[in-house]
Write a protein that binds this ligand. Structure first.
Ligand code: GLV
Length: 320
């Protein structure tokens, strides 16, 4: 029997799956585990199930000890995991791709609609008790039909967002390290372009690339200057891909028309400049937040950990 430490609250069905075979120490408090507590709890663990709020670095791996075999991150993004540090210790790192694709694309599209149709602004008017009445020019937004979506990072979530855009009558262009196969690209009606062309052309730019040193502040002052002043930026990927201070400036100065964010540079903090602006829709990292998706993510992470402990290939190792 191995010892598995689960570092945050996850759906019970996944914890039960682990308990059926192993000894499990699962953090069950509503508030996140402190770093100090985490470093103590992981001692002697053979497997860790980690949330994106935990930094999995050399210090944590060493605190666990040399018997640690697997870190199963309950997220598709793994910028919180030092994968080379895992590899150097012979530890397998896994993530949860696939199961959160549709839920995250739904939130990307929700943000596209919130930003372009000014729904957050409208709701704030009603809730604040301000007087309002229907007016020909009242809270006019931008329609999506016939407009162009620019997808940055055309993995599963980018493609799922592109499918939604097509259903809304949009054209799709994309920038990606690897191009789509001809059949997939034709199915999506998507044309591959460089980032410069995408920024200059798209009416809505939606970010779906992973965060890494290469994508840190990929979108900053220079990129906002290159975008159309009628364009919108949506980020459901990772906060630090966007320079938040530069975004606040661009939104305030009318360099772009609006934005929708689900992720932030220093979560849970949000840049003060953004909080003052009406032309940005702000969500608290809800991309994968459905009961079905979170259950599937936790179950997949559990299966990854169980496979490694059984000496088998995990279903979704992190692809380097
Ligand atoms: C959520 O942000 C994830 O990466 O799964």
């Amino acid at each position: 029997m191995s010892k598995i430490v689960v570092t945050g609250r996850i759906p019970e069905v996944a914890v039960e799956r682990l308990r059926a075979e192993h000894e499990v120490d699962a953090w069950s408090a509503a508030e996140a585990i402190s770093r100090e507590e985490l470093l103590t709890r992981v001692a002697g663990a053979d497997a860790l199930l980690t949330l994106l709020t935990e930094r999995v670095d050399a210090e944590l791996l060493d605190a666990a000890g040399p018997q640690l075999k697997v870190v199963a991150n309950v997220a598709v993004g793994y910028d919180n995991v030092d994968v080379p540090a895992c590899t150097a210790r012979g530890i397998i790192a896994t993530n949860t791709p696939g199961v959160l694709t549709e839920a995250t694309a739904d939130v990307a599209f929700a943000l596209i609609l919130m930003a372009t149709r000014r729904t957050g602004e409208g709701e704030r008017v009603i809730r604040s008790g301000q007087p309002w009445k229907w007016g020909m020019f009242y809270l006019l937004g931008s329609g999506l039909q016939g407009k162009t979506l620019g997808v940055v990072g055309m993995g599963g979530i980018g493609q799922a967002t592109a499918r939604r855009a097509r259903a809304f009558g949009m054209d799709v262009i994309y920038q990606s390290r690897s191009g789509l196969g001809p059949e997939v690209a034709a199915g999506l009606g998507a044309r591959r372009v460089g980032l410069d062309e995408l920024l200059a052309t798209a009416d809505v730019v939606s970010l779906h690339c992973p965060y890494s040193p290469a994508t840190h502040h990929l979108i900053g002052a220079e990129q906002f200057a290159a975008m159309r002043d009628s364009a919108y930026l949506v980020n459901t990927a990772r906060g630090p891909i966007v320079d938040e201070a530069a975004l606040a400036d661009a939104l305030r100065d009318g360099q772009i028309a609006g934005a929708g964010l689900d992720v932030y540079e220093r979560e849970p903090l949000v840049h003060a400049g953004l909080l003052e602006l009406d032309n940005v829709a702000l969500l608290p990292h809800l991309g994968s937040a459905t009961i079905e998706t979170r259950t599937a993510m936790a179950t997949l992470a559990a299966d990854n950990a169980l496979a490694v402990l059984a000496g088998e290939q995990p279903p979704t190792p992190i692809e380097k």
